[in-house]
Ligand binder design. Sequence first.
Ligand SMILES: NC(=O)C1=CN([C@@H]2O[C@H](COP(=O)(O)OP(=O)(O)OC[C@H]3O[C@@H](n4cnc5c(N)ncnc54)[C@H](OP(=O)(O)O)[C@@H]3O)[C@@H](O)[C@H]2O)C=CC1
Ligand SMILES: O=CC(=O)O
Length: 294
Amino acid sequence: MEVGFLGLGIMGKAMASRLLKHGFRVTVWNRTLSKCEELVEQGASIGETPALVVKKCKYTIAMLSDPAAVLSVVFDKDGVLEQISEGKGYIDMSTVDAETSSKISEAIIKKGGSFLEAPVSGSKKPAEDGQLIILSAGDKALYEVILPVFDVLGKKSFFLGEVGKGARMKLVVNMIMGSMMNALSEGLCLADKSGLSPQTLLDVLDLGACSNPMFKLKGPAMIESKYPPAFPLKHQQKDMRLALCLGDEHAVSMPIAAASNEAFKKARSHGLGDLDFSAVYEIVKGTAPSGNAA
Ligand SMILES: NC(=O)C1=CN([C@@H]2O[C@H](COP(=O)(O)OP(=O)(O)OC[C@H]3O[C@@H](n4cnc5c(N)ncnc54)[C@H](OP(=O)(O)O)[C@@H]3O)[C@@H](O)[C@H]2O)C=CC1
Ligand SMILES: O=CC(=O)O
């Protein structure tokens, strides 16, 4: 099967690379075209615009940063919409809000194409290892066709129903994740300031009901103030913001998420947006450098 792939950031690069390793023919595009070179070395072809990728491939996947990026890649000049037509499928795996996803779905369907949203839970390493959790919604027939691709990228794929349900599920999950990261940061800080060993706190947490892979993976690096970006903080803040909008829409009070969003925003204002989202710990500790927003 030949697939197109738009967006070779942290996630897109790992996902496209995995598809190549598993025998798919992949045509890639990235806004910064030079980032395609590594994938070309692994056997990918380049499409010079999103439109040219869609022209060449029956199925095209996108993995882009945020609502503005996914809308631009579909609707702008040389975008997806120029070449989408009957028989072609577009699968957007980026994390965006349901409204953005619906806008894209309607435009694709109007041109005769089919659309599936399929945001993922799981970060850089799960993407490299094919261990993502795929939260799809939209065209069921396209879901069935693209399953062999999802089986290479993920450990479990869900089909959640009409467009918007995948986007909303992803935002709820990431709202919880962002709040948990803030809770861990406060706990590590409180342990340290009150004369306890943060590492011992992690050991205690890991043995009890609060044990989870995220604390286990991120905790030790946080203690060392190391934040190599797996999930950039600016994207976590985008997800908190979009989840809070969803809460507004449904009149769901979310004071914990709102406070966490403030901490992520503050982290961005201190220039930590491109670091891993665990860098919010620097804000909780009060040790963030002053810097430019990212
Ligand atoms: N990293 C993670 O752990 C996870 C991320 N996600 C979600 O997946 C998506 C991608 O994340 P990730 O790979 O980490 O992000 P990165 O920031 O590493 O990559 C973002 C990608 O979007 C492209 N892009 C940004 N703005 C535009 C634009 N205006 N037009 C065209 N392309 C654009 C970038 O192109 P360029 O290279 O030119 O800047 C790049 O290819 C996000 O929605 C994120 O929330 C979901 C699960 C896990
Ligand atoms: O969206 C981020 C993730 O780790 O999942």
